[in-house]
Each structure stands twice: as structure tokens, then as C-alpha cells.
Design a binder for this molecule. Structure first.
Ligand code: DOR
Ligand code: ZN
Length: 347
């Protein structure tokens, strides 16, 4: 009999599903595993108002497979023009659950992001007051800073001063990649948490150059050294409720990844829980998977925990070499290779 685990149905606290035909193509992968997901607002143009979040939510709901009970949790994209009144509206809407901070120019569709924190002071005060979390892409954009140091420098130069200025602001440091980020989160107050991706738990930066350049392993923040991957594994294996699941599954057409200037993003939604199970299993911490995947995020966001369950079995399955992505193709993580765990579809 193969090894099996049954856990409360998880949520994904950081997800890109894009729009239109792309949305239609990727959403079923998330909806089959997760009850809810925090939907990133970095569309073109970005989702900056509650009205835009509502219509994006309607498009997502319309793209769900028949019978799915998946709920999208919407976010607003913070710009230097965001008004404090929009924050109040967002909180009152009941369907906008957070505001996303992108440093301008840091990553995919981040041009409308924030250049100066001083331009968003009133907005941050409003968020602190009404308890709407700020989701932080934590990297500096200064080209003079080494790309592998950008998370650490952001924490030291920007995030620490920010939380001192807004001590009650709920902050999620998204997709953490370094021992510095783990240490920062552990020493910060309980209103500061972090999401961790499956790819940052499973891969170190060697994966970018394995026998040649590997564009499908390029994401932001970029993969780091093995010692940082180990720090992330230790963080999630500790069972500390400040660390929870956020896949940052970020689909891009194959043609834009295999390109002279390839896009950042790894697609993991096709096998998200299988990949997390593999990471936790690799360190003997499968007993900590449920808290990380299904409890701590909901608790942080003040939402009820899910009640249904999913089952994973330790059984190899092959990942397709490519997936259809609208009129394009999408190369998923582990394309043409094997997963160690499989998701039981009938549960
Ligand atoms: O790898 C990434 N992909 N990192 C991000 O911050 C954005 C994301 C995307 O939207 O493609
Ligand atoms: Zn992201």
C-alpha cells in the first residue's frame, strides 16, 4: 500500500491566473486542489480599483469548471495614485482581501508600482487602520545591487523602516527566498508573515544553469543558494504559523520564456500540492504540511478554515511535456519528468 496523507483542503495565498483565454486555461488546475486563492492584480492594465477587482472576479468565476466551489480572493495593485477612500471601499467590499505592493520595475507588469513610499503614506495609514494586509514583493530595483542580494537589501533598507512607521500594518512578505527573510519574519511581530513557494523549497540557483540555461526555472525573486533553500525548509518544517503556502504560480507562453529576454515566472499550479508534499517529505515534515497549506494563511487573513479534505499518495506520475495555454503552449514545472506524489482526483 503506498503512503497516503489526507489534509484539510488548502488555499493558495499568492497566485497569478492572468485573463481571457489564459485564465480559462490555467484556472482549473488551481480550482481542483485549492478552495481559495489570493489573486494577483498585475494584469495589463493593473487591477487598481474595487470596481476593476469586482469585474476581474466575475471573469474568474465565469471561467471556473462547472460544479467548482473555488473562491477567488481579490487584491488591489498599489500605485502612487491609489486613494485612501479606495482602501475603505476595498475593506467594505468583502471580496478584496489585500493590496499588492510592487516596486516599480521589479517584475512582470510592475511599471505602475510604487517608486517612493512617501507617495502612499495615507493609503498605508488607511490599511493599518482597517486591517487590510499589504502583500510585498520584497526586492530593491537598483541595478547596482546584485540580483541575488535584492531581497536582503530590501528588507534592511525599506521593510524594516516601513514596519517601524506602521507597526500595526499587516504585512505578508511574499515568496521569500533567503535566510535573511526567514530571520526577519521570525523576529517581527505577529502581524508580519510570509508566503513560501514550492519552487523555492525544491530548487536552488544551480537549477538555472543545469547543463545550459534553463529559462523555465527563471522567476523573481530569482532562485538562491542551497543554504537559503535550507533556511526556507527549516522555516516551514518548524510549523511556525508565520509561514504559509503561496505558489506564485506564474504562467507565461513558452515563446516568451524561451526568448532572448525571457519572462520571470514558474508554472506550478498543475501540481502544486504534489510539489509541496515532495518538499515536506524530503525533510520528514509531512506532519507540518496541513498547518502550512490549510490553516495558517486563513488564520492570518481572518477567514474560516476549510472543512473539506484532499488526499495525496506517494506514487510517481509523469508531468506532460507541455500544456495548452490559449493559442500558445505553457511549459509546467517538471515538464516531461516525474512527480513523487500524486493528487487523488476523486477526493
Ligand atoms: O516570477 C515571477 N512572476 N515573479 C513575479 O514577481 C511576477 C510573476 C509574474 O507575474 O509573472
Ligand atoms: Zn507573484
Amino acid at each position: 500500500m503506498s503512503e497516503q496523507i489526507t489534509i484539510t483542503r488548502p488555499d493558495d495565498w499568492h497566485l497569478h491566473v492572468r485573463d481571457g483565454d489564459f485564465l480559462q486555461a490555467v484556472l482549473p488546475d488551481t480550482a481542483k486542489q485549492f478552495a481559495r486563492a489570493i489573486i494577483m492584480p498585475n494584469l495589463k492594465p493593473p487591477v487598481v480599483t474595487v470596481a476593476q477587482a469586482q469585474s476581474y472576479r466575475d471573469r474568474i468565476t465565469a471561467a471556473l469548471p462547472k460544479g467548482s466551489s473555488f473562491s477567488p480572493l481579490m487584491t488591489l495593485y498599489l500605485t502612487e495614485n491609489t486613494l485612501p477612500e479606495e482602501i475603505v471601499k476595498a475593506k467594505e467590499s468583502g471580496f478584496v482581501h489585500a493590496v499588492k505592493y510592487y516596486p516599480a520595475g521589479a517584475t512582470t507588469n510592475s511599471d505602475s508600482g510604487v517608486r517612493q513610499w512617501s507617495k502612499v503614506e495615507e493609503v498605508l495609514e488607511a490599511m493599518e487602520q482597517c486591517g487590510l494586509p499589504l502583500l510585498v514583493h520584497g526586492e530593491v530595483t537598483d541595478p547596482a545591487i546584485d540580483v541575488f542580494d535584492r531581497e536582503r537589501v530590501f528588507i534592511e533598507d525599506q521593510l524594516i523602516p516601513l514596519i517601524l512607521k506602521y507597526p500595526k500594518l499587516k504585512v505578508v512578505l511574499e515568496h521569500i527566498t533567503t535566510a535573511s527573510a526567514v530571520k526577519f519574519v521570525l523576529t517581527a511581530d505577529k502581524n508580519i508573515a510570509a508566503t513560501v513557494t514550492a519552487h523555492h523549497l525544491l530548487l536552488n540557483r544551480n537549477a538555472l544553469f543545469q547543463g545550459g540555461i534553463r529559462p523555465h526555472h527563471y522567476c523573481l525573486p530569482v532562485l538562491k543558494r542551497e543554504k537559503h533553500r535550507q533556511a526556507l525548509l527549516d522555516a516551514v518544517a518548524s510549523g511556525n504559523n508565520k509561514f504559509f503556502l503561496g505558489t506564485d504560480s506564474a504562467p507565461h507562453p513558452q515563446s516568451l520564456k524561451e526568448n532572448a529576454c525571457g519572462c520571470a515566472g514558474i508554472y506550478t499550479a498543475h501540481a502544486a500540492m504534489e510539489l509541496y508534499a515532495e518538499a515536506f517529505d524530503s525533510i520528514g515534515a509531512l506532519d507540518k504540511l496541513e498547518g502550512f497549506a490549510s490553516f495558517y494563511g486563513a488564520d492570518f487573513y481572518g477567514l474560516a478554515r476549510n472543512t473539506s479534505q484532499i488526499t495525496l499518495t506517494k506514487q510517481q506520475v509523469k508531468v506532460p511535456s507541455q500544456l495548452q495555454y490559449g493559442s500558445e503552449t505553457l511549459i509546467p514545472m517538471r515538464a516531461g519528468e516525474f512527480l513523487v506524489w500524486s493528487f487523488n482526483h476523486e477526493s
